[in-house]
Design a protein around this ligand. Structure first.
Ligand SMILES: Cc1cc2nc3c(=O)[nH]c(=O)nc-3n(C[C@H](O)[C@H](O)[C@H](O)COP(=O)(O)O)c2cc1C
Length: 179
């Protein structure tokens, strides 16, 4: 089994947020995909170590903001490589609160968003799979191009966090091939 086969799967890059006006958090996610059209449902996989996972489980709602291709490294660093346990990610961030659920929706470097209520939750071991029903959504800008994981990786030379399901453990691959 060649673990690098997983690098041929394609993804977008998003900011998933949850909480309320007083306490809120968000993280960068690639594991975001539409699962049904009628009604509109989107699933996300959120690592159990992510601080945001606790907010989603508590609030039973989350937002998804679609990152634009020309995002700033600060946004990626704040939401993808630091935990909200140690600092307030929203202090210098533009956001709105969803009208239906009150969850924060990140506007910085994003081009559209979805607001979802959690319909189902499945424990996958390292991650929780949340299936959300879309209760509101909007396009911020038609001019922008959505960021793909391939562009992030190949053009921006971005790396993946170990908490992402798309993370490839190279050492595991080496030891597997040896066996
Ligand atoms: C490109 C990229 C993709 C990521 N994808 C996911 C993902 O799909 N699911 C996940 O749980 N974490 C993912 N992460 C990791 C989280 O963004 C990271 O653990 C974050 O610091 C968690 O923040 P929090 O602890 O404040 O919630 C990704 C990180 C990056 C940089």
């Amino acid at each position: 089994m060649d673990i690098n086969t997983f690098s041929k799967l394609t993804y977008g890059v998003y900011i998933v947020g949850s909480g309320d006006k007083d306490k809120k958090n968000a993280f960068i996610a690639t594991a975001v995909f539409q699962v049904t059209a009628i009604p509109e449902k989107i699933a996300i996989a959120s690592n159990k170590d992510n601080y945001t996972t606790e907010f989603i489980q508590d609030k039973k709602a989350f937002s998804i903001s679609v990152l634009k291709q020309n995002y700033t490294p600060l946004t990626m660093g704040n939401f993808g490589f630091r935990s909200g346990r140690s600092f307030n990610k929203f202090e210098k961030c533009n956001y709105i609160l969803g009208e239906k659920t009150g969850v924060p929706i990140v506007l910085d470097d994003t081009m559209s968003w979805f607001e979802c209520t959690v319909e189902q939750e499945m424990d996958l071991g390292t991650h929780i799979l949340f299936v959300g029903k879309v209760v509101d959504c909007a396009i911020i800008s038609e001019e922008e191009t959505p960021l793909t994981y391939q562009y992030y990786h190949e053009v921006k030379k971005g790396v993946t966090h170990k908490n992402a399901p798309s993370y490839i453990d190279v050492n595991k691959n080496i030891s597997k091939n040896k066996n």
